[in-house]
Design a protein around this ligand. Structure first.
Ligand SMILES: [Zn+2]
Length: 333
């Protein structure tokens, strides 16, 4: 077997593919290989290098693509970037309707998703950072054209060999992230819902999706209460103790919420102000040194935290004449 492929249990393989220059370091692509059907979970970015890795693992594991399906846990480009490669070969692609809709709206720079991302940047106070959508990794490595798909929505069942998967709602990290859970085999493919070492990025999407951190925390507890022996995450090492990791992730977000409240006790804050006041696990010494690509994510994450506080009634916002949002603690006013 190739050195980046490991067999994890009967019929399940992991191909760990490097994501060069990205803080995520690598993506874990899972392959379920059975006599009658195979399933590949996620794709990696749309780059030549990852395409070469992909072709190599397909050959090495001797996967017959005529009996292979691709399952996309969520819309992010490190999970969907090569969807067109599989689609062109006639592979059936499953993706949740919610994330598929956003993907369809993010093909071109002028499409609603990227227009909204730029509007949010303005509302968050990021104009002075001179960010361009071209710096956004989600934009850079996106799939370039629409692909055929079959919806995979919470509650659906998918059979792969002896695996009887239920599609489970893991929204939070994206509005439509889904996992594959086999109750009898206590196995969950969880996408980016729970990761080892790093904390999944929780973004503010828009006011229709609303409190994405609240949704995420609720789905963390849901997964903690499932019976899971094998948790297969999309990045970094595999987690043994799911309940312990869930508690660590909850504590991480609580600390950030406290930091955001603290910042608002001093003055009314833009999302950019809140972002700068949070602690980030990144080598950059200060906000000016943050890579532009990461400023998008950091501000989106800070925004998700203040919106969670707003959902709890702890803060609210007003808009200045320019449309920039200012958040303040409600008990102060
Ligand atoms: Zn992701």
């Amino acid at each position: 077997m190739l050195d980046y492929i490991r067999k994890l249990q009967d019929n399940i393989y992991l191909a760990e593919i490097p994501l060069k220059g990205n803080p995520l370091k690598a993506i874990n692509i899972y392959i379920i290989k059975t006599d009658d059907k195979n399933m590949i979970i996620d794709t990696g970015f749309n780059t030549e290098e990852i395409l070469d890795y992909t072709k190599a693992f397909i050959k090495d594991l001797d996967l017959d693509l005529d009996k292979t399906e691709l399952f996309l846990t969520h819309l992010h480009s490190d999970h969907t970037g090569l969807a067109n490669f599989y689609d062109d070969l006639g592979v059936k692609i499953r993706v949740s309707s919610v994330d598929e809709q956003i993907l369809e709206e993010s093909m071109e720079k002028e499409d609603p998703h990227w227009v909204l991302t730029q509007e949010l940047g303005h509302m968050q106070g990021l104009d002075i950072d001179g960010l361009d959508i071209e710096d956004h990794p989600g934009f850079k490595f996106r799939p370039r054209k629409k692909f055929n798909f079959t919806p995979a929505n919470p509650g659906d069942h998918i059979q792969v060999g002896d695996f009887n998967f239920e599609v489970v709602d893991l929204s939070g990290h994206t509005p439509g992230m889904v996992g594959l859970y086999d109750k009898e085999k206590s196995t969950l493919f969880c996408g980016d819902h729970i990761l080892g070492k790093i904390t999944p990025n929780i973004q503010f999407w828009n006011y229709e999706v609303g409190d994405s951190l609240g949704t995420y925390l609720k789905n963390l507890e849901k997964v903690r209460d499932l019976n899971i022996k094998h948790l297969y995450s999309s990045h970094r090492f595999l987690i043994d103790d799911v309940a312990e990791r869930v508690e660590e992730l909850k504590a991480h977000h609580q600390k950030r919420l406290d930091e955001a409240v603290n910042a608002m006790t001093k003055k009314d804050c833009t999302v950019r102000d809140i972002t700068k006041s949070l602690q980030w696990d990144i080598s950059a010494k200060n906000w000016d040194e943050f890579p532009k690509s990461q400023k998008w994510f950091a501000a989106g994450e800070a925004h998700a935290h203040v919106e969670h506080l707003r959902a709890l009634g702890i803060c609210d916002f007003y808009k200045d004449d320019d449309g920039v949002l200012y958040y303040y603690l409600t008990d102060k006013k």
